[in-house]
Ligand binder design. Structure first.
Ligand code: C2O
Ligand code: CU
Length: 475
């Protein structure tokens, strides 16, 4: 049967593979100095893959190791990761380890943290993985085109003691703008996408393929890791016939809670779910994406096979163990206001670009449409919007003054989302990418414990290219 996937390890095979690991479980994994170095190779280059269906035309893409998504990198918390990235493209590239709190020199931001990798060259990234969770990797060089053509992959950091599940499944979600011949429309970075919602595609893939069916077994408990790798599309998933538990946002544990409504996942965000397959053999239920009222569709069907794995479904969902972020001290935290402006219908008239005051029309002629604190970024190297003292707590009051959604991402740190429009959030969730609704105000809090200059930008990649990007310096 085509378009099905079972790319995870069962609990049993995971334990077998992990072998002796059970013996060291009492010691936090990252405290043990002798954990192995895990090595991977990523080869970025042009290729072709079946996005649409396996008998039809292949789509020309840019990919890692010839696959979309790129190979899954899966290691354990506390291990050291070494990835040799070879650039087989005809333009410069880098790799950013989205959500991982890595040292500055390994963050993959061209000119800011490294010299971009030239065509034909190799760069070796190496860092420890301090936190467990669901992450992903992608270029940070002209990412609106490089990611949009298929350069991205999942990065999974296993907990030392993973929760008890039957299957560990990852859905890397993406959308593509394909022409009738199944080739990618070349209109990357056009002015309309840039100044509106970004490049929303017309074809949605799960793990690099249009997917009809997800095979299920009655009674199964699945850990479902959702990764939104799309340039711009926000997914709003509804699981007919099921009530999933959210156990992590952006890799970071959250008090497990059930979702009955829509689950919104902005570009670059991840959500880990516990999905109990409470249906019966022969059942079929849709997973639908209803985020954009005029673009609703069925993502896939969860189809139950004839067998039943267990009679009594599991009931309890345990919280994942905490990761290692320091807790911000809200009482002493210093507060800063950051305004996001621009775009169509935002009312912005003037902005700073390349050190000059310019009008909106001139900005647009230069391919810019967005600002952070009144400045439209023209590259990754710029004056910081903020300089923060190392190991101090901060609250950033993010102010979306635009008529559009923005998933705002901070490099090098995770932050707690503490309020939305003045209301405290229920879970104070840790995130690295926070989705802001039009005109929404969101407060985030964190300890600035990672030294360096960190990108702070919208992850709608056309907005980022269009100027919605800043640098936060931690000294
Ligand atoms: Cu996912 Cu600045 O990146
Ligand atoms: Cu944006």
């Amino acid at each position: 049967m085509k378009n099905t996937f079972n790319n995870g390890l069962s609990r049993r095979s995971f334990l077998a593979a992990a072998g002796a690991a059970a013996g060291v479980a009492a010691v936090p994994a990252w405290a043990a100095p002798s954990l192995p170095l895990r090595q991977f190779d990523l080869d970025a280059g042009p290729g072709a893959t079946h996005l649409v269906d396996s008998d039809g035309a292949k789509t020309k893409v840019w990919s890692y190791n010839g696959r979309v998504p790129g190979p899954e990198i899966r290691i354990r918390q506390g291990e050291r990761l070494r990835v040799a990235v070879r650039n087989g493209l005809t333009e410069e590239t880098t790799v950013h380890w989205h959500g991982l709190r890595v040292p500055h020199a390994m963050d993959g931001v061209p000119h800011l943290t490294q010299k971009p990798i030239a065509p034909g060259e190799t760069f070796v990234y190496e860092f420890d993985a301090p936190d467990a969770g669901t992450y992903w990797y992608h270029p940070h060089q002209r990412s609106f085109e490089q990611v949009g053509r298929g350069l991205y992959g999942p990065l999974i950091i296993e907990e030392p003691n993973p929760p008890q599940i039957d299957r560990d499944v990852t859905w890397v979600l993406d959308d593509w703008r394909l022409l009738k011949d199944a080739q990618i429309s070349e209109d990357f970075g056009n002015r309309h996408d840039m100044s509106h919602a970004g490049r929303i595609g017309n074809t949605v893939t799960v793990n690099g393929r249009i997917t009809d069916i997800f095979e299920a077994m009655a009674g199964e408990r699945i850990r479902l890791r959702l990764i939104n790798a799309a340039n711009a599309r926000i997914f709003g998933l509804e699981f007919d016939g099921h009530t999933p538990w959210v156990i992590a946002y952006d890799g970071q544990p959250i008090d497990p809670h059930q979702v009955t409504g829509r689950l919104d996942i902005g570009p670059a965000m991840r959500i880990d779910l516990i999905l109990d397959l409470t249906g019966n053999p022969g059942d079929a239920f849709a997973v639908r994406d209803t985020f954009y009222s005029r673009l609703k569709y069925r993502l896939l069907n969860v189809v139950y096979g004839p067998k039943r794995l267990r009679e009594k479904p599991m009931r309890e969902v345990a919280a994942l163990p905490d990761n290692t972020m320091p807790e911000p001290d809200l009482a002493s935290a210093e507060r800063h206001h950051i305004a996001f402006g621009g775009g169509m219908m935002g009312g912005m008239t003037m902005a700073k670009m390349g050190g000059r005051e310019v009008g909106m029309m001139e900005m647009m002629r230069n391919g810019k449409a967005w600002t952070v604190n009144g400045v439209a970024a023209t590259g990754h190297v710029m004056d910081p919007i903020l300089t923060l003292a190392r190991n101090r707590s901060y609250i950033l009051a993010l102010d979306n003054q635009t008529a559009w959604h923005h998933p705002i991402h901070l490099h090098g740190h995770s932050f707690r989302v503490i309020s939305r429009n003045g209301e405290p959030t229920r879970h104070k969730e840790w995130q690295d990418t926070v989705l802001m609704a039009p005109r929404e105000q969101v407060e985030i809090a964190f300890v600035a414990d990672n030294p360096g200059g960190w990108m702070f930008h919208c992850h709608i990649l056309e907005h980022q290219a269009g100027g919605m990007m800043g640098v936060i310096q931690v000294t």
